[in-house]
Design a protein. Structure first.
Length: 320
């Protein structure tokens, strides 16, 4: 056992027991050695791990967003104090302090997640190669996972070294889906939750580079991954994409397309509430099936037509 396997043993144990728990649930329904039993077990494992990592993910995406929003101000500081590195460093630290942003906060969640993802990969990769990692698995379960198949491809099969057309088709489809979801996730973050001014400069160029390089790395490296690992990567990418969409939709950065869409939704919601308040019976339909609306002038005229009861003078009350 290598030194990093020794360090990651507690994570191997946690990952393997979660995988075994899902296998115990699905095996009576789909079969003990069914490929779909193990596919759903891998998907369940990814979902549980990603739910546990939600706080770190939210912190990471907010930190990345804040760093992107600071780029215009940092460019101004570079123009103003570019000749004085010491002064520029002081001004940047002041900017970070005023905005409550830590330049390392966007990296810290990734570093904390890395051991967990490595443990996930090692357990699945080991099982695909007949190696038991984690106390939750034994040789019987590892052999079952290794020889289980979907669409004619074993969970342990790789594109490299395979002569089976079924294996090649399954692995290529999984690699394409894995690459596409990685690209979509990165593009969603850049195009929807960053202001136009943050899309220029050194930081933006780095993000654009990652937008194209990261999917390419997955595509090239994917040919060496077993089917089980490709399923894991595709599942975690889909989860990340959906989770990121939810965070951007509910908490967009000001001055971004996502923020404009958020404000538009709020405006429509407020308008609907205002219309309901003007119409006590709710929306009323006209004879032709369309919803009737009341504008400000009509509402004002209706208020003017209401005649409030007036109190009579004392002299008139006595005469009655």
């Amino acid at each position: 056992m290598s030194w990093y396997d020794t360090i990651l043993t507690p994570l191997y144990d946690a990952v393997s027991w979660i995988l075994r728990a899902f296998y115990t649930v699905f095996s009576p329904l789909l079969g003990a050695n069914s490929g779909w039993t193990w596919v759903l077990s891998i998907v369940g494992l990814v979902v549980v791990i990603r739910i546990l990592l939600i706080p770190l993910f939210v912190r990471q995406i907010r930190a990345s967003r804040n760093m992107a929003l600071l780029q215009p101000k940092m460019k101004e500081l570079q123009k103003k104090f570019g000749h004085d590195r010491e002064r520029m460093g002081q001004e940047m630290m002041k900017l970070y302090k005023e905005s409550g942003t830590n330049p390392f906060s966007s990296c810290l969640p990734i570093l904390l997640q890395s051991p967990i993802f490595i443990a996930l990969f090692r357990v699945l990769d080991g099982a695909a190669n007949g190696v038991v990692r984690g106390s939750g698995l034994d040789q019987r379960l590892v052999d079952s996972l290794r020889h289980a198949s979907i669409f004619g491809a074993h969970i342990s099969d790789k594109f490299i070294g395979s002569t089976s057309l079924s294996v090649q088709v399954v692995t290529v489809v999984l690699i394409i889906m894995m690459t596409a979801t990685t690209f979509t996730t990165q593009r969603q973050l850049m195009r929807k939750n960053m202001p136009p001014e943050a899309l220029t400069g050194q930081y933006a160029q780095q993000q654009k580079l990652l937008l194209y390089v990261l999917p390419l790395v997955f595509a090239v490296g994917g040919v060496n991954f077993p089917v089980g690992v490709l399923i894991y990567w595709f599942t975690t990418n889909v989860w990340t994409m959906g989770q990121q969409f939810w965070v951007i939709r509910r908490n967009p950065a000001p001055g971004t397309p996502a923020f404009d869409a958020y404000q538009a939704r709020k405006g429509r919601k407020t308008s609907r509430k205002g219309l309901s308040a003007l119409l006590p019976g709710g929306d009323k339909e006209s004879p032709n099936g369309t919803t009737a609306s009341v504008n400000g002038d009509e509402a004002t005229q209706a208020a003017v037509k209401r005649v409030q009861p007036q109190r009579l003078p004392r002299s008139k009350r006595k005469s009655r």
